[in-house]
Design a protein around this ligand. Structure first.
Ligand code: HEM
Ligand code: HEM
Length: 185
């Protein structure tokens, strides 16, 4: 893709919306565990899904960061101020950092609990020895991070809608596979 392109590449667009679907499933799997009795197979299954889905998100994020490093973001028309562009870049970095932090925290919690788990059937090596007190503390941070995520992703989606309906620029169009932007719309 040239830097003059009006859209992100189809790879970046595809990975972005696939990440959204995965993120919804990561939340749904763990938030739905309270529907099932403690110790039941169904509860274990949704938790196992949470781990595998989140690690899939990690893989996808790796590809995504690579794709973003190889491909420049298309320009926003009309162009926002330099400060707004920097703040947006910072916001995107925050989302990446939050995702990686959440995944690492979850992985550490299971490791510190000595809780063997699998990635779609493949055994995942644990990172540490057991320490249940630290595991509890990090689990609390992970849960706090999960609440923060609602605001972070919600704020991100609201900003995209504000660009579209409020500022009426092409920010959202650049991330949509089919829509075309007409200047002055
Ligand atoms: C972006 C990635 C992730 C998100 C958004 C996320 C989100 C969540 C949410 C919403 C909860 C429930 C919070 C609550 O009940 O207050 C949770 C709990 C948990 N997550 Fe994650 N998580 C992610 C990644 C991971 C990963 C990679 C692992 C482990 C491999 C993991 C392990 C856990 C554990 C052990 C719990 C506590 C389970 C329990 O209470 O029984 N998470 N996570
Ligand atoms: C309905 C929900 C969402 C909407 C409407 C939305 C919209 C957008 C738009 C329009 C952009 C381009 C912004 C720009 O270039 O300035 C973007 C970029 C981005 N979005 Fe989303 N998004 C949503 C959900 C998500 C989710 C769930 C994640 C995290 C998994 C996410 C992570 C990112 C990141 C990191 C970027 C920066 C570009 C990149 O590196 O790929 N978005 N989003």
């Amino acid at each position: 893709m040239s830097s003059q392109s009006t859209k992100y590449s189809s790879v970046i667009i595809g990975l972005h919306w696939l990440s959204l679907i995965l993120m919804v499933l990561v939340y749904l799997s763990m938030e739905s565990r309270s529907l099932f009795e403690r110790g039941s197979d169904a509860r274990d299954l949704v938790k196992a899904l949470h781990y595998s889905l989140a690690l899939t998100l990690l893989l996808l994020t790796g590809f995504r960061v690579l794709a973003r490093l190889l491909d420049k973001a298309p320009p926003i028309v009309p162009s926002p101020t330099m400060l707004a562009q920097r703040l947006t870049g910072l916001g995107h970095l925050l989302i990446y950092g939050w995702m990686l932090g959440m995944i690492l925290l979850g992985y550490l919690v299971l490791s510190l609990e000595g809780h063997d788990f699998q990635f779609w059937g493949l055994s995942v090596p644990l990172l540490t020895g057991e320490d249940s007190e630290l595991a509890h503390q990090l689990e609390d941070v992970h849960k706090l991070g999960a609440t923060l995520g609602y605001y972070l992703i919600g704020g991100h989606a609201l900003m995209a809608l504000w660009h579209h309906y409020g500022r009426k620029d092409n920010t959202l169009y650049r991330m949509l596979p089919l829509a075309k932007f007409k200047s002055g719309e």
